[in-house]
Design a protein around this ligand. Structure first.
Ligand SMILES: [Zn+2]
Ligand SMILES: [Zn+2]
Length: 374
């Protein structure tokens, strides 16, 4: 993973004897400077940002830092040409026994999407002008395609989606378990600080503890200290009977975690009902088309029509029905909010494509009898 001759101290611009506080301070300044949100499309900034984060990941962890220092003492040879010879990077970047276990990588953080939200959390009050005080977590929008029958009858389904969630390892504190936390002196544990702006008292997330009210002894390695992780999860969704395409189902409090003590956002599932080969819907009404042959159209008939509840009913087609005529089956539509829609049946008269000689003669006779030109 790393190139040769990496000097994490140089990357962060601190001395070898720098305190944890100094390292943290340097990291925050550099991470802010090179953050992708602040440098859209700038590959060099992206590279620096990764380097800075990587350096911080090692130097902010006392155990990893000690290993790294030890390695530096082994001399330049360890750095030359082939990179970190004889040194197990998996070990250096592993999560210190906090689960997860794998090496430190940006994929673990959800790529830059994940880092983006990491940094809008870390620097929210500065990068995003709208961020002031506790605020609700982001709503998560998801498109939910459901079978026609489920929309008609209602029921349950699940949706899988990937979103920010509180880190299970540290419980959202961002502190490595066992490393302890202390109450933030800056905000007295409140997570937000007030200041006066234009004569008004305004509060915003505490810049020191990032709105948590506590300071981590060591950042949690699973979530890199941000308290949240991104991952896929399944959610059960109750589908109300008669739901239609475009309607939304809201799962309150299931969205992304709130910021600075704000409430979590919601999951909003926008429904798309799969099309059906026979039925279409509009509101609570059902539409379908049935075919009748010429004899049925001329003489009248009873035809069977399927309904959405799975039965079929008999529709009386009167003699002399016209192509396109529509009949209503009352109360056979969708049941929705205690109301029942209707089913509209359009009649399509089908003309035979092939007839026998005898049929032809009979039709000719039929035409002469009625004075029809042909
Ligand atoms: Zn964590
Ligand atoms: Zn604070």
């Amino acid at each position: 993973m790393p190139e040769a001759q990496k000097d994490f101290y140089e990357t962060l611009g601190v001395g070898e004897k720098a305190t944890t506080e100094e390292i943290k301070k340097a990291y925050r300044q550099l991470a802010k400077k090179y953050h992708p949100d602040a440098n859209p499309g700038n590959k060099e900034a992206e590279r620096r940002f990764k380097e800075v984060s990587e350096a911080y990941g090692v130097l902010s962890d006392s155990k990893k830092r000690a290993q790294y220092d030890q390695m530096r003492k082994l001399g330049a040879g360890a750095f030359a040409g082939g990179g970190f010879q004889g040194f197990d990077f998996g070990d250096l970047f592993s999560g210190g026994g906090t689960g997860g276990g794998g090496g430190f990588s940006f994929e673990d953080l959800g790529g830059f999407g994940g880092l983006g939200s990491l940094f809008s959390n870390l620097f929210g009050s500065r990068i995003r002008p709208e961020a002031q005080g506790p605020r609700k977590g982001n709503d998560v929008l998801v498109e939910l395609e459901i079978p026609f029958e489920l929309a008609v009858e209602g029921g349950k389904t699940t949706v899988a989606l990937s979103k920010e969630d509180n880190c299970k390892v540290c419980g959202g504190s961002g502190a490595r378990p066992g490393s302890g936390t202390t109450t933030c002196q800056e905000c007295g544990g409140q997570g937000s600080v007030s200041f006066v702006q234009g004569g008004y008292a305004v509060s915003r997330p505490c810049p020191k503890c990032l709105g948590r009210g506590v300071l981590a002894g060591d950042p949690c390695s699973t979530c890199a200290g941000r308290g949240t992780v991104r991952g896929p999860k399944k959610y059960a969704i109750k589908i109300p009977r008669g739901i239609a395409t475009g309607e939304k189902i809201r799962l309150r409090g299931q969205g992304e975690p709130g910021v600075a003590g704000g409430p979590p956002g919601d999951i909003i599932a926008q429904v798309r009902v799969e099309s059906h080969p026979f039925f279409t819907t509009k509101g609570a009404n059902i539409y379908c088309t049935v075919s009748v042959n010429v004899a049925q159209a001329v003489l009248g008939s009873k035809v069977k029509v399927k309904t959405v509840d799975g039965r079929s009913v008999e529709l009386k087609v009167p003699a002399g029905v016209q192509n396109g005529a529509t009949f209503r089956l009352k109360g056979m539509g969708l049941k929705k909010n205690g109301l029942k829609g209707d089913q509209f049946v359009k009649v399509e008269v089908v003309t035979p494509e092939k007839i026998t000689e005898k049929q032809k003669k009979l039709i000719e006779e039929f035409a002469r009898e009625g004075g029809l030109e042909y």
